[in-house]
Design a protein around this ligand. Structure first.
Ligand code: HEM
Length: 90
């Protein structure tokens, strides 16, 4: 049996800011990624990448570089799927 995806809610996500020693998580296309290991490699720099931390970065990402294949690049950094608080408890 496959391991189920971790279900991440907005209240969980908001802690992962990448600041004060915490990991940085973002949401892209409904999936939650830990972008911490990618921070030093981001061509746009760490502060830019951190603009997408602790929130849904889908729109921001799409405004800047929709051609970038984040699914391929971050496949090893997948944390789980993004769900509402209601979906988490039902
Ligand atoms: C380049 C911002 C997330 C991969 C850039 C650049 C900016 C930027 C401003 C342009 C740098 C330059 O040309 O000097 C952001 C913001 C993000 C974000 C605000 C937050 C959502 C990501 C993620 C990935 C990524 C999650 C990959 C997993 C790249 C790549 C480039 C780039 C590959 C070079 C693209 C090219 O030159 O065609 N980013 N980025 N970025 N970023 Fe991001």
């Amino acid at each position: 049996k496959d391991t189920p995806y971790l279900r991440v809610t907005p209240s969980m996500l908001k802690h992962y800011t990448g600041r004060k020693g915490k990991d940085a998580w973002t949401v892209l296309g409904g999936k939650v990624y830990n972008i911490t290991p990618y921070l030093p490699f981001h061509p746009g720099g760490e502060p830019e990448l951190l603009r997408g931390a602790a929130r849904d970065g889908t729109k921001l990402f799409g405004e800047i570089h929709p051609w970038v294949n984040y699914e391929g690049m971050l496949s090893a950094c997948l944390v789980g799927i993004y769900v509402t608080e209601e979906e988490q408890t039902t």
